[in-house]
Design a protein. Structure first.
Length: 331
């Protein structure tokens, strides 16, 4: 019952790109260090599943690309995930750090991928940011790229409900560590750290910002909240909805089941952040009512609407990136 609902109401409706390997060569580490994670508040308002106690973690950083004509370098970062899964490869978080040339201090942004991503979307976003002297850390979510065993079909969102919910939890905890890593960098302005994501990445980005006060700026592309309200009556989910109800499930029971992974559940915490949303008026994957629901619940901050579907939003990538760059580059 759980598996059918998750795949029907999340997996099939979130597809944004073909799933590709997207592996990248990992060079020898040039820098090793340790970062102390210290919560910025008492975490009493944060659900236990997303809390992180005070601790230290090691990292390795190595230069991957030197791009003098673009005025930034690309580095490979890796550190252990705070949440250990049964898959050893998945327990190391990998990322690409786009560091502008110069001493800074620069704003720093965690960048997250789409559901079926191969790293192309976050690399494009990170490049757009770095070109404007905004440091960007494109973080691999669980079971993406190097975090997926060779030849495996494992994915972050799968038929296994418990696996998928743990992957969501792991993503949030990984992003919390990534934010602390950015904060520790001398070239980063610790008061201007944020997160952005597209499609599934925007859901994970908003959820992470709700749990991590360091992420003071948030840009959500083609995302929203209210998973069950948005998808339950969607014709594409009919077969899964009928299966769920045949087994005794209801819309309300499914809402409660998915609440820990729904950004709308904790959206009031985004009122404390600076939020930008970019949405499609004809989005068939993330219905406009989902974007509007999160926008209202997070304080009715800035939202930009384009007359597009989920897939045709690519036509507006240039102006959209203009809004994102301005959002994170603002004082």
């Amino acid at each position: 019952m759980r598996a059918a609902s998750l795949v029907g109401l999340l997996g099939s409706l979130f597809l944004s790109a073909p799933i590709l390997a997207g592996e990248m060569r990992i060079p020898e580490p040039l820098q090793k260090g340790s970062v102390r994670f210290v919560p910025l508040d008492d975490q009493k308002s944060i659900p236990a599943r997303y809390r992180l106690d005070k601790h230290a973690f090691d990292f390795e950083l190595s230069k991957k690309l030197d791009l003098p004509n673009n005025d930034f370098d690309v580095h490979h970062l890796q550190f252990p995930s705070p949440l250990e899964s049964d898959t050893p490869e998945n327990n190391t978080v990998h990322g690409e750090y786009y560091r502008p040339h110069g001493d800074g201090p620069f704003p720093g942004v965690v960048v997250l991928d789409v559901l079926g991503g191969d790293g192309t979307v976050p690399r494009m976003v990170a490049t757009s940011l770095a070109q404007k002297h905004i440091a960007a850390l494109a973080v691999r979510m669980p079971y993406y790229g190097e975090r997926r065993p060779q030849g495996s079909r494992m994915r972050m969102i799968s038929l296994d409900f418990d696996h998928s919910m743990e992957s969501v939890r792991q993503t949030v905890l990984d992003v919390r560590r990534a934010a602390a890593w950015l904060e520790s960098r001398k070239e980063i302005d610790a008061k201007r750290i944020g997160v952005t994501g597209t499609s599934l990445g925007s859901f994970m980005g908003s959820l992470s910002a709700e749990m991590e006060p360091r992420l003071g700026r948030v840009a959500l592309l083609l995302g929203g909240g209210g998973l069950v309200d948005g998808f339950y009556d969607n014709p594409r989910a009919e077969v899964f909805r009928k299966s769920w109800e045949a087994l005794g499930g209801t819309k309300d029971s499914l809402s409660k089941l998915l609440a820990p992974a729904d950004p709308l559940t904790y959206a009031d915490r985004l009122k404390e952040r600076k939020v930008l949303m970019i949405a499609g008026k004809r989005d068939e994957i993330v219905p406009p009512k989902m974007a509007e629901a999160l926008w209202k619940a997070s304080g009715e901050q800035k939202i930009v609407w384009y007359d597009c579907t989920h897939y045709s939003a690519v036509k507006y990538i240039v102006p959209a990136m203009g809004h994102v760059v301005k959002h994170f580059g603002a004082d």
